[in-house]
Design a binder for this molecule. Sequence first.
Ligand SMILES: [Zn+2]
Length: 287
Amino acid sequence: MPTDWQVYKNLVNLQSGYDALLSGNPTPHEKYNAYKALLDERWQADLLPVLSDLYWYPFRNGTNGIPEKKRALKGWLRKQYEDPGAVALLLFLLLRYQVDAYNLGGQIGLDFLGIDGRFELRNAGILATLDEHARGLVTQGTTHSLIDTTIDELSEAIPEARSGNKSLLIALAAFIGRRSAERTVTIERTERPYQVGSAQDEVYQRNGLRYKMYDVAGIGCKKICAPWHGQIFEVGRYRNLIPQHPNCDCVWTPARYNGQTIGVPPVTINAPFLPPWQPPASAWTGA
Ligand SMILES: [Zn+2]
């Protein structure tokens, strides 16, 4: 579950975003805060029941025949999740929301550059990359496999549930309810900033920007992100620096010329090597 600090931060971001939208003249940062809050809410509402079903999947035919021994139990769970039907809905959601998050990041990238236009991802290569990433998340044995985590957790939770004095299903229900709620937030709050950050970088690169600034975009995360605020990076590099942790709200802000003041809180760029950015004759908006 999010900590008090995270809840507070989200409320502050949300409130300032909505206030700015209502005032009719939001900054790109405020616009991002409001739209991302909406996306977060929708994504989490859709993900929660799907994640809960994912945990319940191995028990769809009851609890008879579930192996007792830990090794056998894990093997049995792995086999359950090899069924494409077990992960189909999760994959569908991840595919959809990654494109939504990418479009949000692309739009914010254009807004930050001051390019008029609506971002819409239609680029086949990038769509294929998102697709591959989503498939990796629902495949066993990959770096960020959500299924491996589910299997690991269940192979601990099942013996624990058996050892208590409640029925197996009741004990599992408590575990699954708690973990699917926690993981819904973590997954969404990791995947959304990841896609936003990479979309921003892509928009900058394809629109001829050379340098970007790490921007905590508001009150940020004191411990992890604050030391990075204001650092300048070459566009196209360090893409995966954001998010640094689930719930990371940091963004890449374009560094358009030396001496420009950008970011929240504001930073004046001191980088004499920085070539001033020239807007492209025709902007890249996702094609
Ligand atoms: Zn951050």
